[in-house]
Write a new protein. Sequence first.
Length: 497
Amino acid sequence: MNGWELLLDGFAAALTPGHLLWALVGVTIGTAVGVLPGIGPALTVALLLPVTFRLDASSALILFAGIYYGGMYGGSTTSILLNTPGESASMVSALEGHRMARSGRAAAALATAALGSFVAGTVGTIGLTFLAPVVADFATGFGPPEYVALMAVAFVTVSALLGPDLLKGIASLVTGLAVGLVGIDSQTGAPRLVFGADPLLDGIDVVIVVIALFALAEAFGHVLAGTGGSTVEPMRDRVVLSRADLRRSWPAWLRGTALGFPIGSLPAGGAEVPTFLSYSVEKKLTRHPEEFGHGAIEGVAGPEAANNAASAGVLVPLLTIGLPTSATAAVMLTAFQSYGLQPGPQLFEESGPLVWTLIASLYVGNVMLLVLNLPLVRLWARLLTIPAYGIYAGVLVFAALGTWAAGGTTADLLVLCGLGLVGLLMRQAGVPVAPAVVGLILGPIAEQQLRRALTLSEGDPAILISSPLTGVLWAVAALALAAALLAPVLRRRTRRE
């Protein structure tokens, strides 16, 4: 069957009552937690992983995809009203959006964010529909040497892009790699990094690690900061977008989408770069330069569209080559693996109906999100009145219950608390958490592929650069490393000049 027939079959499955219900639950939860400061889609998916163990794979992945898209929508609310971005990709929206809110234009800022998210999400999902199968077909020719080189690209780019500097990114990555090595070596049968603790012989469950590093570390951080009683005044005005605002917004939506999806689709992409680029472009092209810095609506419309288009683009490398380029994508990779599915070129062949149902559900979820966000923005804003101690008390309860559901032993709870403290130390030191999750998930895969490659070559490491594709991938990794090393030097020189 061609792509259109497969997509239609996906819609037929996605529009069943059961899948529609899970899509609605996902986008509602995603929007609600996106509104709450500090709780993003990555943390929410991590908390709900154990809860969905009794669901079938398609229902669970539709739920997670809805949370993913919904969290991106809802994140604009806390950025605009509270000036507290839930994720780094939402930082740019807060620059102009919060100034609009403080000048009494919160409604217009939230409306352009919601509509821009819908436009960008729909266009991005269309791009995913047609680009993902092409990339998957290309990736079917990957052998162990190509996968080793690809993992090297992933490790370098994730360490460089998801942290404040390369050294801290590498420290986080090494932490994740070390945790991934705990347990029994699958080839030699020798225990690794268990330190005599028998419960660790089976390794540490990825779900427990993700919950600890995201949920517990975030809750512990609020305890240390003493921000348990913080709230915000809810929005009072109507959510409307005037004709003048609409005329200024729609070109920014299209430009943001054009920047967000291609960059988000790159293995070294993500959503941070296109949002900053979009803001710069809008600042240069605007006919109202005097408003920038004081609440320009284009400064909200463009970055929000770029953010949501990039979120759709991030699913391209995730589904086609199993490469997560954001924290939420890394947690979603864990969700796939918990159902025995390994995203990559074989996923479209072995689990085609599930993949196309998931893609079709993204279209459905995007419509649901628009219906939810525009009329119910005032309701989402009222969630900000819940004191932080109430929110994070619930997070701790769900974290403990989720860990017990995943493992069911006291040792798992002790590991959860220990890793939660590690996550807290990482946050206090400014070390990003996302590279640790990527290292934890991709590390064992990289080790397995490296061993296969060396077995094929009888121990000759030259096989790792034996094809033009591996050469290109190693060159990309080297360039990304060089760029990460040179960037601070160039920034210091620019400041001096």
